[in-house]
Ligand binder design. Structure first.
Ligand code: AMP
Ligand code: ZN
Ligand code: FE
Ligand code: FE
Length: 293
């Protein structure tokens, strides 16, 4: 049974945020807390898009029913466009079991990479341990933020920003690449689960040439609204989405902040975009053969 959200006004447009992380990856809130935060922010539809894992989805869906919130099952994959990393959201994943093996491989890659980052730090004289990192990850898929938080907890840096600036940012002494699929293979993983593949936060890279490659790789859409996008990004990417007959999406990219520009619901998308997603999904599920990677 679905109980309407207490903040929901009958006939009012839906309040929708389609990008968020939980403790299943590098977010600070559990999947349950995520849904409770969504309900108290008056959101009707939220997507859980943890990095390389769908482990939080079942808990979020279970918590969502009684609160009248719809949870869109999702994931955020890191993939390669040539030498550049791009992020790909998989939204509306209907058949998670179909991609469980692929996601397990990504996760194992993240564990090995966390170990390599710890080894690099140790080699540079910073005695952080894998135990400390795994305390921060608390069972979630390992990411650089967990290593950063372990460095803070150990007193090796003042804050997470310093951890990235000194050690973990790209090109810094303890930066380690993670194994990544190319864009087309990432898109195929999303499609195998019955989802829509959305180019996450294209930002300043969201220009015609790169859009052409992403479209050729099979994306369904791109994020137009994101806290990292300025007004000109929104206008340019919005226009390119229409030019390439893609669907627009967006969200707050929430990692647990309870205020500020990355608060859950701080970036929302109109109901009309959700309707376009549903149309595109129906088209994909009925007519488009799925490429096996
Ligand atoms: P990973 O996927 O493990 O490479 O970690 C990427 C995550 O690290 C991003 O989603 C951000 O949450 C975080 N991150 C990346 N760069 C920075 C930075 N300079 N300062 C703080 N957090 C960062
Ligand atoms: Zn993250
Ligand atoms: Fe991202
Ligand atoms: Fe994200």
């Amino acid at each position: 049974m679905t109980v309407p959200s207490p903040l929901r006004v009958e006939g009012a447009p839906l309040r929708i945020d389609l990008h968020a992380h939980s403790t299943a990856s590098d977010g600070m809130a559990s999947p349950t807390k995520f849904v409770e935060t969504a309900a108290s922010a008056g959101l009707d539809v939220v997507a859980l898009t943890d990095h390389d894992t769908v482990d939080g989805v079942a808990e979020a869906v279970a918590a969502a029913g009684p609160l009248g919130v719809r949870v869109v099952p999702g994931v955020e994959l890191s993939v390669m466009d040539g030498k550049d990393e791009v992020h790909l959201l998989g939204l509306y994943l209907a058949d998670i079991a179909a991609i469980a093996d692929a996601l397990t491989t990504f996760r194992e890659g993240r564990t090995a990479r966390a170990e390599a980052m710890v080894a690099a730090l140790n080699a540079k004289g910073v005695p952080v341990t894998m135990e400390a990192v795994s305390r921060e990850a608390a069972g979630g898929a390992y990411g650089r933020p967990h290593v950063a938080r372990a460095l803070v907890a150990g007193g090796f840096v003042a804050d997470v920003r310093e951890a990235f600036d000194t050690w973990l940012g790209m090109g810094k002494p303890a930066f380690v690449e993670k194994p990544r699929l190319d864009v087309a293979d990432g898109v195929a993983v999303v499609h195998r689960a019955g989802g829509l593949a959305i180019w996450a936060h294209p930002g300043d890279d969201g220009r015609r040439g790169k859009f052409e490659r992403m479209v050729a790789a099979g994306i369904d859409g791109a994020e137009v609204r994101h806290p990292g996008h300025n007004g000109s990004d929104v206008a340019r990417i919005g226009a390119l989405v229409e030019f390439f007959h893609l669907v627009p999406s967006g969200g707050s990219d929430w990692h647990g902040a309870m205020g500020g520009p990355r608060m859950l619901g701080a970036v929302q998308v109109p109901s009309e975009w959700l309707a376009r997603h549903e149309e595109r999904l129906a088209m994909r599920r009925n007519a488009v053969p799925v490429r096996e990677p």
